[in-house]
Every structure is written in C-alpha cells, then in structure tokens.
Design a protein around this ligand. Structure first.
Ligand code: 5GP
Ligand code: MN
Length: 395
C-alpha cells in the first residue's frame, strides 16, 4: 500500500517552512543537517559525499538488470530496516516499458537467521540466504557496513561485483565501494536510504516507512542520543504520516524478550566491574554475557544485545562495555561512551569499527584478556579526546 505522500524528493512536507525553522536553530547543532529538508541529501555537508556520487549511483541502479543488496552481519534495525526499505522500493519502482531489475537481498550470517526482534519488519519474505546470493553481482549495494569484512559470507560477492554501491554513515568506513555514499553526519543509514529512495522516484509506502523508521529509532536510541537532530524528527514525522505506529515499533524492538532474559540480565549485571581509573580516569564499566548464560534458558545470541543499554547507565564510568560470547565462542564486544572517550577509535585499533560514541569489535581469548587489550587502547588518548565534549554523533 502506498500512502499518498509525495516522492521523497519533494519538499511538499511541513518542511517547506522548515527551512526557516531548522536554519535558525540547527546551524550550531553538531551532527544536524541544518536547513536540509527530508528528501534532500546532504552532499553539501563537510565530509559528505559529492552530488556526482549520488548521480552515478542512481544511474547505475537505473541501468541494472540485477541488483543485489546486503547489510552487515547480525543486522540491527538500521542495517536490515534500511536494506528492506530499499529492496521494496526497487521492487516497486515503476519500470515504464522496461523489465524491472531482479532484486536479491541478504546478509552473510551462517546460520542465516533473521533476528527475532526484527521479524515484524515488512519485506523479510524477500530475503534469501547467503548461499542463494550471486557470486558475481552486476550491481551490489551494501547497507550500514563500515568495511567489507562486516559483510561476512557476502564479502566475496562484494569484491567480485561489477559495481559496488556503499551506503553508510560510519566514521570508520573504509570506502570499499566503486561508489561511496557515506555521510557520517547522518544519524542512521536509514537517512541515506530515504534519500536514495527519493532519488529513485519511489513514493514512501507504509511498508518502506516502517523499515526506515526502525533504522532511525534504532540508531538514535529512540531519539535520545546526541545524533538526534531536527532533521531526524522531520524525517520521523514524514514516515509516521504513512500510518506506521511508533508504539508498536518500540514494543517490538525494545519491550519484549523471553522470561529467561531476566535471569541472563541478572547474571550479567551481577558480575559487572567498575574501574574508575580506566579510560584515562574517565572510568570503565564492563561485564560479560556468556554462552552458558544463554544456554541455561535456551536463548539466542541476540538477546544479549540489549544488556549494554543497562550497563551504560552507570554514572561513574564514561565507557561501558559488554562482551557477548557468540555461538562460535568469540567475544562480540559492544562499547559505548558518554563523550569523553572515542570508543570508535579504540575499537578500530582492535580490528572493529563504529562511531565515536558506539562501537564494537570481535575478539578471542578470555574475557579478562580481551578487556586488558581494550583497557590499553582506552588509556591511549586520541586526537580531540579530553574531557566530556559529547558533541559527536551517536551510532
Ligand atoms: P553494537 O554494539 O550495537 O553491536 O554496535 C555499535 C556500533 O559498532 C555499530 O555501528 C556497529 O556497526 C559497530 N560494530 C559493532 N561490532 C563491530 C565489529 O565487530 N566490527 C565492526 N567493524 N564494527 C562493529
Ligand atoms: Mn547504523
């Protein structure tokens, strides 16, 4: 169903008047897109990609007979939501007098499982497992992946693709595409996906809006993180006008888990450690979620994802870390900062990636060993790291 919203490119939104609104307040807001209307891309911002890259992307997508989409492994709401929105937009694209392109979407996890909390998203039925993904795509588009290795099993397809369009907002993005649509000022990849859909001339249907909205609320922590800008709220308003229900989305994403999660959370919080002297005196709080914690209640890996949201509340620590043991026995680390410390830099140094305030990496060894290497990285002061500026964008 298509709501009668104008195409994303149109300024026919309470945003025709938003230029004066936004112009006044947001110029001094870090990470905000100033007078940028929803539907206009941010190519004119410092660090954003050029108009020419967008034009090339649209041309490539317009000419393609096969488009293969991939998001990062263990997808979150931004990765999967953005990809499903664009998947549906490409399928809906009016192909006047022309065969529509074949569209394939996947992510490179084995086993291939859609995270439970994201199964409410429309379009999951369009996903194929990575072994059904073309080995040499004509055109491939990646979502929310800061580097090629984040594509997991689909990394080889990305290397072999004739054209690789990278859509992302991570500061740590390695620009591994032939076309790089990367804007670290964007609050979420969903913002860039929205821009792309507008440029493809596809209306924002309710189903497309749901994917984009899931991305927006995931990466802004439901409009709480510092990457929440006027444009984020303007885009959210536009998406809500398609009829999606924010309460229902929030319930699916954050307000449900199996009963066993309570025991897992209790165990993880019970062994949290506070190290006030760590991170150059800004403080570190950390804990683990082990395979055993999950096995005791038959819980999948993804239930461990929300533990960081409780741990990061700790007033005494700028940095919060949760080491989550995956089914292969690797630690998947989630790190968060309140602003004084650049956890993105520390995680990149450990082979991971992310943003200044939210980042992650993968490691082997005992939890104590992994924390020791991280502790060393956090002790190194990076450029611009001093005391609690908190100005950078969130995840
Ligand atoms: P989360 O802790 O929510 O899984 O991830 C926070 C941020 O760090 C996200 O932007 C995510 O993409 C990034 N991130 C998390 N784990 C990894 C990792 O193992 N490698 C890389 N490159 N980025 C990661
Ligand atoms: Mn994201």
């Amino acid at each position: 169903m298509t709501a009668d919203l104008p195409g994303a490119e149109s300024a026919d939104f309470p945003g025709s008047d938003s230029a004066d609104l936004a112009g006044a307040e947001s110029a001094d807001l870090p990470g905000s897109d100033s007078a940028d209307l929803p539907g206009s891309h941010s190519a004119d911002l410092p660090g954003a990609d050029s108009e020419a890259e967008w034009v090339r992307a649209v041309k490539i997508l317009g000419a393609a007979t096969e488009i293969c989409l991939a998001c990062h492994v263990r997808p979150d709401g931004d990765a999967l939501g953005s990809m499903l929105a664009v998947t549906q937009a490409l399928r809906a694209r009016g192909a006047a007098g022309r065969e529509p392109a074949r569209v394939v979407a996947s992510f490179g996890d084995s086993p291939f499982e859609i995270p439970r909390i994201l199964r409410f998203l429309p379009g999951t039925d369009l996903l194929v497992p990575p072994d059904a993904f073309p080995e040499r795509p004509q055109v491939m588009v990646t979502f929310d992946a800061a580097s090629a290795d984040r594509l997991g099993l689909l990394q080889a397809s990305a290397s072999a693709a004739d054209e690789l369009i990278v859509l992302d907002h991570h500061a740590s993005n390695t620009r591994f595409g032939s076309v790089n649509l990367i804007d670290q000022a964007a609050a979420a990849t969903a913002v860039l996906a929205f821009d792309l859909i507008g440029r493809l001339g596809v209306d924002i249907s309710r189903d497309i809006a749901l994917g984009l909205y899931a991305g927006l609320v995931t990466d802004t922590g439901s409009f709480r993180y510092s990457n929440t800008s006027a444009r984020v709220h303007e885009l959210a308003a536009l998406l809500l006008r398609t009829g999606i229900e924010p309460g229902a989305v929030a319930h699916e994403l954050w307000d449900r888990s199996p009963f066993g999660f309570l025991a897992l959370l209790g165990a993880a919080l019970g062994r949290a450690r506070l190290e006030p002297a760590a991170a150059a005196g800004h403080g570190l709080v950390w804990t683990t979620v082990t395979q055993d914690d999950r096995a005791a209640h038959g819980l999948p890996f993804e239930v461990a994802e929300s533990v960081i949201d409780v741990v990061r509340r700790t007033d005494e620590a700028d940095v919060a870390v949760v080491l989550k043991e995956d089914d292969q026995g690797c630690w998947q680390a989630s790190a968060r900062s309140k602003g004084a410390v650049d956890v993105g830099r520390a995680c990149v140094a450990l082979g991971g990636g992310g943003h200044r305030l939210a980042a992650g990496f993968t490691a082997r060894g005992t939890a104590a060993e992994v924390i020791a290497t991280l502790r060393n990285q956090l002790a190194v002061k990076g450029e611009g790291e001093a005391g609690g500026s908190g100005a950078a964008a969130g995840r």
